[in-house]
Design a binder for this molecule. Structure first.
Ligand code: ADP
Length: 608
């Protein structure tokens, strides 16, 4: 482990391990098979990269996507690690060059797709090479129970036989027990150590709001993150195009991404996002797999995803560098109906499971409890604090209303008076006493519940209806989402149970953000950070590599905190290893010097 610690500092500029990284690396060093389950951003790649650098021989990394391999290999090369990949995007002479390096024992890591690893002539080359171990990235692809099964991963079950009991380390961010066990079984691992990390992402600030004026809601999030990278997810392609056009007309730097675009345009837009030529990508869920961009500072969902697994994965693309990121979700009851109809043609059993997942997702939106706790609970974990200080509920952006029982009774009895034959919007209109033509024509202005909530806006009442639905007091039926009162709802009408109802706080309470969120900005000169970001982007543009491969946001913030004046102190910056310090040290120090001179600031700030 001493060697590994030294490599960590020398190549990556890190002094400590993230949770479970040490144990995961120890497994490889000892020759114990392992299944390592860590959330996105948990630092899985380092678990195999650091041992690979220190052990004799070549480590093979199996990865499902060319973009993932390319990103990791580029980043390793930037750190001075001898790594290569072989995939279809390389020319024959480039591939031959890699083969030559394997034969001369020059490489420490080789990235491959599973089908290439198991192809005849490749096997012959690798069996001659001195392999240190095999790492399997995105290992859930081996399991049919996972969300991304790939048949070519199944053949990896023969590795143990082909490579004489070689150590195998499998990595995934998929949390379920079933998938974990299946990975170990399919890969024929021997007494594997299973390491499962906490799925909490304390640096993600979760917020959920009913959708009303989506463009305005989206802009308010973007405006909190000017010039930073963000992803906006939409359910449908036409929403992607709509939102993209709206944002473009307002002067935001955006590009669309969805499966209806041709491959070249998709790639172009993805590259522009990764190299930070555009700030924002507006996309369907087609975007994301294989994106390693570490400094996404916000993820907006303009509609409700179909499960919490999807939400966790998509929102998890924010803040991979461990710094704070905002995850804002705007939902409406209509999203529930949209998914329901999109999934209608699924086989019965799958449909049933999908509906349970959809229901859980909807409850997450409407339940009004700590978002971190709710997500963790879903994945069978817990956090032990009263307040996460990193979600809208714990940050006091909503408050419970005192007269929830009376308001709920008014809403439920209105549904009953309407003979359970109308949808949420109509019920809300009746309750606020609207003069809508349909209501007058139906004589519903004569109902005793007409205008009972006339002190509130339609939005508010509509939102309460969703909250009551999320808590199972109301049910939605049929194609038109007609509202009905459930058994549980009847107990509210009898006054035997009180639902939780929330409303936004107008004057936001002064709150303390979570430590994960505040720590990352402590002592950082934000203007200097911005200047360094621009410098990073210029360098990345010239070298045609992603900006975060030059330096991550965490390293730039540490520079803007410590303001190093010499190469010596530059090496103390978190995330600066020897290679990068030689490559970029002088340029960044010069920029820091200029800035400090202009602003009469001291350099080499101590205490961090
Ligand atoms: P995962 O593959 O689990 O999503 P990554 O391997 O991409 O996570 O790592 C996420 C981020 O954490 C990267 O920016 C990486 O540089 C950083 N990181 C990894 N290990 C450490 C460490 N020991 N100390 C500081 N940062 C780390």
């Amino acid at each position: 482990m001493k060697k590994i610690e030294k490599a960590l500092a020398q190549y990556w500029g890190f002094e400590t391990f993230l949770p479970l990284q040490r144990q995961a690396m120890e497994c490889i060093s000892r020759g114990t098979d392992s299944v390592v389950v860590l959330p996105t951003g948990g630092g899985k790649s380092l678990c195999f990269q650091a041992p690979a650098v220190t052990m004799p021989g070549l480590a093979v990394v199996v990865s499902p996507l060319i973009s993932l391999m390319k990103d990791q290999v580029d980043a390793l090369k930037e750190c001075g690690v001898a790594a290569e990949r072989i995939d279809s995007s390389l020319s024959v002479s480039q591939q031959n060059n890699v083969f030559a390096r394997i034969n001369q024992n020059e490489l420490k890591l080789l990235y491959l797709s599973p089908e290439r690893l198991l192809s005849g002539n490749f096997l012959a080359v690798l069996r001659k090479a001195n392999l240190s171990f095999i790492a399997i990235d995105e290992a859930h692809c081996v399991s049919m129970w996972g969300h991304d099964f790939r048949p070519e991963y199944r053949q990896l079950g023969s590795l143990k036989e082909l490579f004489g009991d070689i150590t195998i380390a499998a990595y995934t961010a998929t949390a379920t027990d079933h998938v974990r066990g299946d990975i170990a079984e399919q890969l024929k691992l021997k007494n594997p150590q299973i390491l499962v990390g906490s799925f909490d992402r304390p640096n993600l600030v979760y917020k959920v709001q009913p959708r009303n004026n989506i463009t305005k809601q989206v802009c308010s999030v973007i405006d909190r993150h000017k010039g930073e990278s963000g992803i906006i997810y939409c359910i449908r392609r036409k929403d992607v195009d709509g939102i993209c056009a709206q944002l473009e007309s307002k002067g935001y730097s955006v590009a669309p991404y969805h499966a209806g675009m041709n491959a070249a345009d998709r790639k172009k837009n993805q590259d522009m996002f990764i190299t930070e030529k555009v700030d924002i990508i507006v996309a369907t869920v087609a975007f994301g797999m294989g994106i390693d961009k570490s400094n996404v500072r916000y993820v907006i969902h303009t509609g409700m995803p179909k499960s919490l697994e999807h939400y966790q994965q998509e929102s998890g693309r924010g803040g991979r560098d461990g710094l704070e990121a905002e995850c804002s979700l705007f939902y409406s009851g209509g999203d529930y109906g949209t998914w329901k109809s999109l999934m209608r043609d699924m086989p019965t059993e799958a449909y049933k499971i999908a509906m349970v997942k959809l229901g859980n997702m909807y409850n997450y939106c409407t339940a009004g409890v700590c978002r971190h706790k709710a997500i963790l609970k879903y994945f069978g974990q817990n956090i032990d604090t009263d307040s996460c200080n990193a979600c809208d509920m714990c940050l006091g952006e909503f408050e419970y209303i005192d007269d929830a029982l009376i308001i709920a009774q008014k809403i439920l009895s209105c549904i009953v008076r309407l003979e359970q034959m109308f949808g949420g919007s109509y019920v809300a209109l009746v309750l606020i006493g609207s003069k809508d033509k349909r209501i007058i024509e139906n004589s519903h202005d004569m109902l005793s519940t007409y205008g009972l909530l006339s002190d509130y806006s339609k939005h508010t009442v509509r939102d309460w209806i969703e909250q009551l639905t999320g808590q199972d007091y109301i049910e939605k039926y049929g194609e038109y989402n007609v509202l009905g009162v459930t058994e549980k709802g009847r107990t509210v009408l009898k006054g035997l149970q009180t639902p939780r109802l929330l409303k936004p706080v107008v004057q936001k309470a002064k709150v303390k953000l979570s430590k994960a969120v505040t720590d990352s900005w402590e002592g950082v000169d934000k203007e200097l950070f911005e200047a360094l970001r621009k410098l990073r982007s210029t360098i990345a543009g010239k070298k045609k590599i992603p900006a975060y491969v030059v330096f991550g946001d965490a390293a730039l913030r540490d520079m803007a905190r410590k303001r190093p004046a010499s190469l010596d102190t530059f090496l103390d910056v978190k995330g600066v290893g020897e290679k990068k310090y030689k490559k970029y040290g002088e340029t960044f120090i010069a920029a820091i010097k200029d800035y400090c001179f202009e602003h009469s600031l001291d350099m080499d700030v101590e205490g961090y």
